[in-house]
Design a protein around this ligand. Sequence first.
Ligand SMILES: Cc1cc2nc3c(=O)[nH]c(=O)nc-3n(C[C@H](O)[C@H](O)[C@H](O)COP(=O)(O)OP(=O)(O)OC[C@H]3O[C@@H](n4cnc5c(N)ncnc54)[C@H](O)[C@@H]3O)c2cc1C
Length: 454
Amino acid sequence: MAKGSDWPPGPRAASTDISFDGSTEAEVSSIRPDSYRFFNSTGHVQFAIPRGAGLSYAPAFFDRDSVSIRMNQFKRILDFDSDTGQVEVEAGISLFDLHSFLSPKGYYLPVQPGHGRITVGGCIAPDVHGKNQYRDGTFIQQVASLKLFHPFHGIVHLSRESEADLFRATCGGYGLTGIIVSAVLQAKPIRSQKLLLKAEKVGNCQAANKMMTELADESDLLYSWHDFSNLKSEDSPGYVIHARFKADDPSDSKTVNISSPPRLDGHWRRGMPLTLANGLALRAMNTAYKFSLRSAKRGKVTTLDETLFPIHGREIYYRLFGKKGFHEYQALLPHQQIDDYLQGLKEIIRSFGAPVFLASGKHFGGSQDLLRFSGEGTCFAINIPRRNNTDKLLAKVDDLLLKCGGKPNIIKDSRLTADVVRAAYPEFDKFKSTLREWDSKRLFRSELSERLDL
Ligand SMILES: Cc1cc2nc3c(=O)[nH]c(=O)nc-3n(C[C@H](O)[C@H](O)[C@H](O)COP(=O)(O)OP(=O)(O)OC[C@H]3O[C@@H](n4cnc5c(N)ncnc54)[C@H](O)[C@@H]3O)c2cc1C
């Protein structure tokens, strides 16, 4: 490896990074590598952190003392096997570009978050979930292998067979083990370009959970939406929304050409100086959302692209929260604790008078390890506007969550403390020690890693 003066090498620019939830902003020194020479050099090392699209709600992709390594020039498709559906990509490729490549070839990735600007590296590092976590697992399930760069180790090849511990610590390691350069992903055959989407009314969250449990094995998309505008009511009426591939018509296999995803980033999101997220907007949005479901109540044909990227064209939702931004509190609860959690959650929110703009459940399965937001249970997310008292409100929800044996989603929440995460994740210390065994100097650091004492 060539010895240089400083690592990371190359010209630096001053940039401002903002977490997508609007909580944190920092001036950072950034580098945009564009050739593999970058991974062939070392020298006097500085703290660094890789960045994908910068769409994480929490500041996982920057820190004021770390050089930001912007991976968006590494966006090529390196290899594709049309027999097996394995595709090798550079980590900075967006989900949209990858989907546009795979879809005409009859393949797609079942585990994808909802916006096409998000990158593959940004999905591997926090091990995100997609449309039906219970059936498809988290992003790691579709990673066959990856190449990781660390200036002390060079490029290493990780998979379940080779360096398995480091592979698991990297898929769900929040960028702290090094830079994911490329990955081999296992795509699945597309059964149809069309899906049948249904919205079924439920009287409360319990009924939604029961229905989701019944539908989980067979759904290609599954979640619940609840109206939390009346927190005095014990019930939270809503809908279970589910979709399945519609494979009864050969014309359904025709690829639909989708247009590029609209702009979405932390700077754009906070473009409105004032928040419009008030009680009036809440009622209007809930009414509009229910109205938008009217055709799905009867069963509606939708496209795969709309199913994978439901946020496209609806980005304005995040802008309504204005400059101050919003909180997402996403928690994973043991099934038997979800009723107590939701009752307690409503009481806390009511006592603070906060409007809940999103209340949505998902059915989760599988096992949990390290700092992965995964395992059996019910995942429940709320969005509330950021206000002066919302940190206090959510600290009470943290207590409730721990009492109920739940876990918070680390990549979604900028204010989680090390104590809460350590208490919720039994393998917190194991993750830390794996990280230190690999990198005793702890070279890769973000606001998230420092706040959580990783
Ligand atoms: C509209 C929207 C919808 C979403 N829907 C979902 C959802 O359905 N399910 C879900 O789980 N999440 C969801 N998310 C969260 C999102 O998937 C994650 O925050 C994801 O990490 C964002 O990817 P990114 O490319 O912006 O990465 P960034 O935000 O830039 O980085 C995220 C993390 O990945 C690391 N990283 C990025 N690239 C690399 C690399 N090459 N090597 C090593 N580490 C790297 C960074 O250091 C950081 O720790 C959503 C977010 C938005 C804004």
